[in-house]
Ligand binder design. Structure first.
Ligand code: 5AD
Length: 348
């Protein structure tokens, strides 16, 4: 098994059969080696730096009905909100003061945020904070919409592909959503010059090792600048309420594999990983991760952006707790960077 890890480290790829063996192994020495080579690789390209992204959750309205997600449109118990232009700008102001140089505007697919509404907000942030990166995570939109938002000043876009296998994708999403559409959006974003982030959930219902391999192969085709993965965590008001969640171990295994397959990628230690285990994000950072995304949303709405049960929203993942977050990062030997944190090799 250690031979497979070494091959992945030196060549950046292994066969499907080798990936399958590595994903499923319980060989402790190989797991330890994967972790240390993932860390060595991240340090080669990024040193000890951890980049911060300030996450502004602009709306919990969503027209989609993804079976796993707590803000799916058919969840009538969801407490919906959307931020005003003024609220979004005040999050940025607060974030800038706290040292953030990337703002991520994320939301459900809220029909309210048309291009005519969102583009002037993007342009205003671009104008006020020329040294900051603007990241959007607003789901599937038209090519023309992505183009207009880019023109208004957006730099990056996060859109997880969720599942690269057709059959699994259709079990996780309603009939109206298509893997093909999702992929088309991702390639449009890339063509328009966005730095793109994609990814998937680990341990989603019906997901097998073969599906995870398909996810890794799709990411090789897309070559995104960022890869976001986190464990699936059930939400009590969804059809998957009674399903098992993904594990920390499997998530860490995939993070290590991803770092070796995509040596220069930006890899966040996600909130979902921090939610299922208290030291999840630290362990992620020690297994190749180099990004953390603290919450910059107004405190009053945080609980309402309720994608899965027990989502952490106060404590060290809150932007205003950056000193304690910094201490946690330094305690494991890394350092918080004040830079925008573009992917290495990507010229802005
Ligand atoms: N568990 C874990 N992650 C989830 N997401 C949505 N619902 C869940 C859940 N129940 C993830 C999706 C989406 C991102 C914003 O949150 O992968 O792309």
């Amino acid at each position: 098994m250690k031979k497979i890890v070494e091959k992945l480290y030196s060549q950046g790829d292994v066969t499907d059969n080798e990936l399958e063996a590595l994903i499923n192994t319980s060989d402790e020495a190989a797991i330890k080696l994967l972790q240390s080579l993932a860390d060595k690789t991240r340090q080669k390209f990024y040193g000890k730096k951890v980049y911060l992204r300030g996450l502004i959750e602009i709306s919990s309205y969503c027209r989609n009905n993804c079976l796993y997600c707590g803000i799916r449109c058919s969840n009538k118990d969801a407490d919906r909100y959307r931020l005003s232009r003024e609220e979004i700008l005040s999050c940025c102001e607060n974030g800038y003061r706290l040292g953030f140089r990337t703002f991520v505007m994320q939301g459900g697919e809220d029909p309210y945020f048309t291009d005519d509404i969102i583009c002037p907000i993007i342009a205003e942030i671009r104008d006020k904070y020329p040294d900051c990166a603007i990241t959007l995570s607003l789901g599937e939109r038209s090519y023309e919409s992505y183009r207009r938002m880019k023109e208004a000043g957006a730099d990056r876009y996060l859109l997880r592909h969720e599942a690269a296998d057709e059959e699994l994708y259709s079990k996780l999403h309603p009939e109206s959503m298509r893997l093909e559409t999702r992929k088309k959006c991702l390639f449009s974003l890339r063509e328009l010059g966005y730095q793109v982030g994609s990814g998937f959930m680990v341990g989603a219902p019906f997901q097998t090792t073969k599906h995870l391999i398909a996810d890794l192969r799709f990411l090789q085709e897309l070559q995104p600048q960022m890869i976001g993965i986190g464990p699936f965590v059930p939400h009590h008001c969804t059809p998957f309420a009674g399903e098992k969640g993904g594990t920390t171990e499997l998530t860490l295994r995939l993070l290590g594999i991803i770092r070796l397959m995509f040596p220069e990628v930006l890899l966040p230690a996600t909130t979902a990983l921090g939610t299922i285990s208290p030291d999840g994000r630290e362990r992620g950072l020690m297994t190749g991760c180099n990004v953390v995304m603290p919450n910059l949303s107004p405190v009053g709405v945080r609980k309402k952006y309720d994608l899965y049960d027990n989502k952490i929203s106060s404590g060290d993942e809150a932007a205003e707790c950056r000193d304690s977050l910094r201490k946690r990062i330094e305690a494991i030997g890394y350092e918080v960077s004040q830079e925008r944190g573009d992917a290495t090799g990507f010229t802005v």
